[in-house]
Design a protein around this ligand. Structure first.
Ligand SMILES: C[S@@+](CC[C@H](N)C(=O)[O-])C[C@H]1O[C@@H](n2cnc3c(N)ncnc32)[C@H](O)[C@@H]1O
Length: 231
């Protein structure tokens, strides 16, 4: 074996072993910048104590929540190989942040969360539901693991016309390097009806905002803050 082949082999093994550290470092600045923007909005509505971040992705929002002193658990589905961004970047980065930021990280099947009922003071589901194969299953499980009186905070893309829907679809494809997705967006009214149909929750706050990153690229989101009420 020649010296170039040996060097390539060594580089491959170093890359393989330290992949989590490499991707975390590579995306740290923009990813924490984005995460801070959303964390600042949702932290105003969380209760002190424990939080479960469902569909944590690369884990930056979970890491920021942990840095505020909350006890953070984070869970995601095992990355689909066609969901390239998650498989190659998101999941390895989340594993790295779980080590550096004291996050209890788990994976699950998308339907049955590996936690006992009423365990958490807060549950966050951030830009996840429109990717989920069964959004009602995710919501019902979120409510099961949330204590009565606890907060369920949901962030979703809520495009209101064809142009906004297009922008959101492009952002999903580009930012998540996403080839595979269920990709269903709902309007704000549709989300409210879905939450109503769950029962046992009360909408305590709703805020819509635009997180435009570039002058011509606008992303439309809504944050829904729900409180679990007794059966
Ligand atoms: C756009 S990313 C959002 C990641 C993170 N919440 C954030 O805002 O940075 C969508 C995430 O939803 C996850 N996801 C898809 N289906 C899911 C399900 N049934 N349960 C939990 N997470 C799911 C994906 O694996 C991915 O991490």
């Amino acid at each position: 074996m020649g010296p170039i082949a040996v060097a390539l082999l060594v580089a491959f093994f170093i890359g393989y072993i330290f992949w989590g550290e490499i991707v975390e470092l590579a995306i740290r600045k923009p990813a924490f910048g984005r995460a801070q923007f959303f964390t600042d909005k949702l932290i105003q509505h969380t209760l002190p104590g424990t939080v479960l971040d469902i569909g944590t992705g690369a884990g930056h929002i979970a890491a920021l929540l942990s840095r505020t002193g909350m006890t953070v658990s984070a869970v995601d589905v095992r990355a689909h190989v066609l969901y390239v961004g998650m498989w190659l970047i998101g999941a390895p980065c989340a594993r790295r942040l779980a080590q550096t930021d004291r996050i209890e990280l788990a994976t699950y099947d998308g339907e049955h969360l590996p936690y006992k009922s009423s365990r958490f003071d807060n549950v966050t589901i951030l830009f996840v539901l429109h990717h989920a194969a069964d959004e009602m299953a995710v919501l019902k499980e979120a409510l099961r693991v949330l204590r009565v009186g606890g907060r369920l905070i949901i962030l979703e893309d809520t495009p209101e016309d064809a142009r906004q829907r297009q922008t959101n679809a492009i952002s999903d494809a580009l930012l998540n390097a996403e080839v595979h997705s269920e990709g269903r967006n709902h309007s704000k009214e549709e989300w409210r009806a879905i939450f109503d149909s769950l029962g046992a929750v009360r909408l305590v706050n709703e805020a819509s905002f635009d997180s435009s990153m570039f002058r011509y690229l606008h992303f439309y989101h809504t944050m829904f803050v729900l409180q679990k009420v007794g059966e």
